[in-house]
Write a protein that binds this ligand. Structure first.
Ligand code: TYM
Length: 326
């Protein structure tokens, strides 16, 4: 069975960009693939973070993944730092990764701009740790949002470089994108992200979600209700593609282009369809909050299973490198 790996940072509050760009397809892919999903706490410490809440945010992120439909029956779910082989392999990959490649990573440049006071080595090395996450399980496919594609390409390059020097151990992983791989924030300009504060939280209450949707920027060229709109230029339409059925999308497309429906009508339909999908997730999350020990057990057992795979890969890697090992 082909293997999938993907990861998410423990921000604690997952937004609909994460859901639509990644998690929704993580759940779908469990039907066909051997899936491993990881809460990447070591990635989260590359920027300033709140030490007091990291532990709870990590558990909450696992909880949300379970609420979205992942389970120990369909995938392995675990916390990155529980399998220290990830960081061990990172060191080895560091020795085949050109610094120039890391300097040109878009995410590094963006984050270095945002965190000028703390441009640390971890921030730069972030994609190498990401490559180690994927390759330690020899995963061939990585479901991610568009912003991560450059990192997956680097993982391929690292695998190629390693294999050509030390023997063919790793596959060259490919990104799998969802049908809506880039969701903009409610500002309609920047990528939806927690740090931009332009997000709709997956578990936010209905009133808050509606208020954020109601005021969200649509097609900026559609100024008056009577102006025809262009769905492909509208972030709300992109979100529709993730939550609404094809026949609804066709109606919205036609209505928007002919100005027979307004943006608020379109948003109301989206809100209804979103809630159909998010209500059960919210309910499941509430139930899981009452049983946090279950969530912790899932994560701990997931790490045990992943450790076994990671240890085997490291044996091959050490042997390829020519290390003396007892
Ligand atoms: P993170 O936590 O930033 O994002 C988790 C996933 O959500 C996707 N995503 C989006 N998709 C569409 N529109 C958006 N606005 C949006 N915002 C976020 C991201 O593309 C991602 O798929 N570096 C990874 C974490 C990671 C990882 C890995 C991923 C660590 N190791 C190995 C894959 C494989 C990240 O940025 O997560």
């Amino acid at each position: 069975m082909k293997r999938i790996f993907s990861g998410i940072q423990p921000t604690g509050e997952i937004h609909i960009g994460n859901y639509v760009g990644a998690i929704k397809q993580w759940v779908e892919l469990t039907e066909e693939y051997d899936c491993i999903y990881c809460v990447v706490d070591y990635h989260a410490i590359t920027i300033e973070y709140d030490i007091e809440t990291l532990k709870q945010r990590t558990i909450n992120t696992g909880l949300i993944l379970l609420a979205c439909g992942l389970s120990p029956d369909n995938s392995k779910i675990f916390v990155q730092s529980h399998v220290p082989e990830h960081t061990e392999l990172t060191w080895i990959f560091n020795c085949v990764t050109p610094i120039g490649e890391l300097e040109r990573m878009t995410q590094f440049k963006d984050k270095a701009r945002q965190h000028r006071e703390n441009i640390n080595m971890g921030l730069m090395d972030y994609p190498v740790l990401q490559a180690a996450d994927i390759l330690i399980y020899k995963a061939g496919y990585v479901p991610v949002g568009e912003d991560q594609v450059q990192h997956i390409e680097l993982s391929r390059e690292i695998a190629r470089k390693f294999n050509s020097r030390f023997g063919k151990i790793f596959p060259e992983p490919q990104a799998i994108l969802s049908q809506a791989p880039r969701i903009l924030g409610v500002d309609g300009v920047n990528k939806m992200s927690k740090s931009m504060n332009n997000y709709i939280g997956l578990l936010e209450d209905k009133e808050t979600i509606w208020e954020k949707l109601r005021t969200a920027v649509t097609d900026v060229n559609r100024v008056r209700r009577t102006d025809p709109g262009t769905p492909e230029l509208c972030n709300i339409y992109t979100i529709h593609t993730a939550f609404s059925k094809n026949e609804v999308l066709l109606e919205i497309d036609k209505g928007c282009r002919s100005a027979s429906i307004g943006c608020i009508d379109c948003k109301k339909t989206l809100f209804q369809n979103m809630m159909k999908e998010l209500d059960p997730i919210r309910e499941k999350a509430e139930a899981l909050k009452k049983d946090e020990n279950y969530v912790k057990d899932v994560l701990i057992n997931g790490a045990k299973a992943c450790s076994e795979i990671a240890k085997k890969t490291m044996e091959e890697v050490r042997s390829g490198l020519g290390l003396f090992w007892p």
